[in-house]
Design a protein. Structure first.
Length: 603
């Protein structure tokens, strides 16, 4: 499968082909006892709600309207008190059942969402770098937060209430027809109108919900990108233009949300109006039945209560079906993400190197990010254990691609890459990356403290090892001056530290993990004067006894390398020591003279 095809499969919002609802229900299997309890209690709740009007209606007929012949007033009042007691007992039992159902559902829903959110984030971490190269961060954040939360309502509310409202509608219809079929059928006259309204509402509301979700994703993507690039926005004085763009996207979300609200605002009153009309029909027809003696007042009361209760679950059912569709739409997006397969995969039974020595071999390597747009062309070289090798060349020559391929963040199309004579495709990615320490030009510092940024939450690395690593690479020179020392709070991306201080932290982090292979990707590009000597000293210490691969634009920083390879248009054009390359009078010498001339002009 080509990388372009993989990209299409990974990144596009393709239509989910499976049954999202069935897959959502599979998450309930560990909680099936709790769900069966809720469904059982829902049946009890429905029966109690049907029983309440029965208690009052019978009390009206038996004790208020006429009573038994010769029955005293105090006996009738005692009957009313007994009915009140039964009604109160029904209310208390309803309260208990509803409370148990609510707590159980919320606990179950939160547990499922907790599991699902962990599953999504764990899966995202396993995806290939190509996915992150071309997928906006805001879209991934939306999947892990908004879309997962949208599903929460399914487990904690929708499913049980769908069952509850369906049972209630059927129960009310059966009871009313059993009581008096003629009056019941008059009450059901408005049902065709309700069904039509529900069908139209579901169709329109589904489109509206879909638009809202799309607009939320777009806004989150915009926010994520522009908050990360806020410094650049301020440097170029683009605040007003970016605010206008945000206002436009926010306005689109507002309009979509308002349309959704208006749909609900029209549907609810329409259903309420139909229930009022049905109630009026029941009262009219029922009153005639009372006057002709065909219907008792208690029976009329029951019909009024039942018809009032009948349209409420119908309205709720329509709204819940729409919410269910919204939850399914979110689930489809989440499951599409979960079904995205990494381009780079471990072998089923990976080989295990007893101890990585650090020999790296490229044999006729061809690599392209997209199909056959080759970044590397037939590249071959060998780096011996402990050797220090540098790659130089113009931008786009393929230097950084070589570094990414060694860590197997991407897979090559042709040739092979070996570590200690074993093709890296036969090794697990964990073993490869555990052996490699990479220091990049753009150092990423996480929110937390100094110590957590050095050990990266790996509790196997002790405080003593953290401090020893910091001391070894000179990072302690600024850490010891901080008020909190190694517990000093670090803001997002380490914005309160200089570029040099962040680089020293990355050196300490790399050393704490004690890699066999060291990769330096423009590690000395952003050096401030204050920390330049510390960093150069730290680099020498860091490279001791390790296979080191360097990429640098400043040729003065790699002159000490055992071998320098000159890249040009994806191929190795020259290789040798600094002095050997100067004597060849080729590409390297021209690059060196250009940089030398540039430095002389500055001075």
């Amino acid at each position: 499968m080509s990388l372009m095809k993989a990209k299409t499969a990974e990144l596009n919002d393709v239509q989910y082909e499976g049954n999202a609802l069935r897959r959502m229900l599979s998450y309930m299997k560990p909680h099936k006892k709790a769900m069966f309890l809720c469904f059982g209690l829902v049946i009890v709740i429905t029966l109690l709600e049907l029983w309440r009007p029965e208690i009052i209606g019978n009390a009206i007929d038996h004790y208020i309207n006429k009573g038994e012949p010769g029955e005293r007033v105090d006996e009738r009042f005692a009957g009313i008190l007994q009915a009140a007691g039964l009604y109160l007992a029904a209310l208390l039992l309803l309260f208990v059942c509803n409370r148990v159902v609510y707590i159980t559902l919320q606990k179950t829903g939160q547990s499922i969402i907790y599991t699902m959110r962990n599953e999504v984030f764990e899966h995202v971490q396993k995806l290939s770098m190509r996915f992150f190269d071309t997928t906006p961060v805001g879209k991934i954040v939306t999947r892990v937060t908004n879309d997962v939360e949208a599903i929460n309502d399914l487990y904690s509310n929708i499913l049980v209430n769908l069952f509850r409202n369906t049972i209630k509608i059927i129960g009310l219809a059966v009871v009313m027809l059993a009581m008096n079929p003629t009056v019941a059928l008059y009450g059901f006259i408005m049902i065709p109108i309700v069904i039509t309204l529900t069908y139209v509402f579901r169709k329109i509301a589904r489109r509206a919900y879909s638009v809202v979700k799309t607009k939320i994703t777009a806004l989150n993507t915009y926010l994520s990108e522009h908050l990360s690039g806020m410094k650049l926005i301020q440097i170029f004085n683009q605040e007003d233009r970016k605010f206008e763009s945000f206002q436009e996207k926010n306005g689109e979300l507002y309009k979509a949300g308002f349309k959704e609200l208006m749909i609900n605002a029209v549907f609810r009153p329409c259903i309420y109006l139909t229930s009022i009309i049905a109630l009026a029909i029941i009262l009219g027809e029922g009153s005639r039945g009372v006057l002709t003696g065909a219907l008792s007042i208690g029976m009329l009361y029951k019909f009024v209560q039942y018809i009032n209760s009948f349209f409420e679950p119908v309205q709720n059912l329509a709204e819940q079906l729409t919410t269910l569709q919204s939850a399914v739409a979110s689930a489809e997006k989440i499951f599409t993400l979960l079904d995205t397969k990494p381009i780079v995969n471990d072998p089923e039974e990976p080989e295990v190197l007893p101890a990585v020595r650090g020999e790296i071999t490229f044999e006729n390597v061809w690599f392209a990010y997209n199909d056959v747009d080759w970044v590397l062309r037939d590249v071959s070289f060998t780096i011996k254990p402990g050797q220090k090798v540098a790659f130089v060349g113009a931008t786009g020559a393929g230097k950084s691609s070589i570094l990414n391929l060694i860590g197997r963040y991407y897979d090559i199309q042709k040739g092979s890459i070996k570590i200690d004579g074993v093709d890296i495709r036969l090794l697990s990615r964990e073993q490869i990356r555990r052996a490699i320490g990479q220091v990049q030009q753009d150092v990423f510092i996480f929110t937390g403290d100094i110590a957590s940024n050095i050990r990266l939450r790996n509790e196997e690395i002790t405080d003593e090892q953290v401090k020893a690593a910091a001391v070894h690479v000179n990072a302690n020179r600024f850490i010891d001056k901080l008020h909190g020392g190694y517990r000093e709070h670090v803001s997002e991306r380490g914005s309160t530290f200089s570029a040099g201080q962040r680089q020293l932290l990355s050196f300490a982090r790399t050393l704490a993990y004690d890699p066999v292979i060291l990769i330096l990707d423009e590690a000395t590009a952003n050096i401030d004067t204050e920390t330049e000597q510390w960093i150069q000293d730290a680099l020498q210490k860091l490279m001791e006894g390790r296979t080191t691969i360097m990429v640098a634009h400043r040729l003065s920083t790699i002159q000490h390398a055992d071998k320098i390879m000159v890249m040009h248009k994806g191929k190795i054009r020259e290789s040798g020591t600094h002095q050997e390359l100067l004597e060849k009078d080729g590409i390297y010498k021209k690059l060196y003279e250009l940089q030398l001339a540039g430095m002389e002009e500055k001075h």
